[in-house]
Design a protein around this ligand. Structure first.
Ligand SMILES: NC(=O)c1ccc[n+]([C@@H]2O[C@H](COP(=O)([O-])OP(=O)(O)OC[C@H]3O[C@@H](n4cnc5c(N)ncnc54)[C@H](OP(=O)(O)O)[C@@H]3O)[C@@H](O)[C@H]2O)c1
Length: 163
């Protein structure tokens, strides 16, 4: 079982202006296409409750898992499992790859658990000045650059492996 983080960043390093600010409002069509194709290839998408609320419905063609302590959603697996336990459980059900789709709390929880193999970061040509960062706790990780791709006229996609 492998897990990757997939996120869109502004050129000044933010994932959102605030908790209710969805990437749908500011990311490029090329990034949206990459997100759809790569997450469908993985088969499982994992969100935190705040991020799921900005989407509002399950993403079609993928098994949707949402972290929440008290919410229930139709067509979605709601969980409170430790990341490693969730991944083992999904593997038993035949899934091979999981897309960790944010937000900050969920990216941080999976990174701290040491279960993330790869980061896909799309850098979009916008600046927020301040906002939410990819992670919300101190981390000390080293990365290996796998590839840089020009996704669209103004968007680059960077793939890193976690060492
Ligand atoms: N730019 C991008 O690519 C990108 C991608 C994704 C999200 N975002 C943005 O990120 C922002 C949201 O990030 P966020 O950090 O505020 O929230 P989040 O990670 O989406 O969700 C946090 C919520 O997840 C639940 N949760 C967290 N840990 C849990 C655990 N161990 N067990 C059970 N439930 C747990 C809690 O919900 P309960 O209160 O229900 O327990 C918590 O309030 C939004 O603005 C969103 O648009 C940006």
């Amino acid at each position: 079982m492998t897990a990757f983080i997939i996120a869109a960043l502004t050129a000044d390093g933010f994932i959102a202006k605030n908790v209710s600010h969805t990437p749908m409002e500011w990311t490029s069509k090329e990034d949206k296409r990459f997100f759809m194709e790569r997450t469908k290839q993985a088969g499982v998408v994992v969100f935190g409750q705040n991020t799921y609320e900005t989407i509002g419905k399950p993403l079609p063609g993928r098994h949707n898992v949402v972290y929440s302590r008290d919410k229930a959603y139709e067509g979605v697996e709601v969980t409170q499992k430790e990341p490693l336990v969730l991944l083992e459980d999904l593997e038993k059900r035949g899934f091979k790859e999981v897309a960790v789709c944010g937000g900050s709390a969920i990216y941080t929880m999976f990174m701290e658990a040491g279960v993330v193999n790869t980061l896909y970061l799309s850098i979009e040509p916008v600046l927020f000045g301040k906002g939410m960062t990819l992670f919300n706790k101190e981390l000390d990780k080293k990365l290996q650059l796998v590839s840089i791709e020009k996704l669209g006229e103004n968007t680059i996609l960077v793939e890193y492996n976690i060492i």
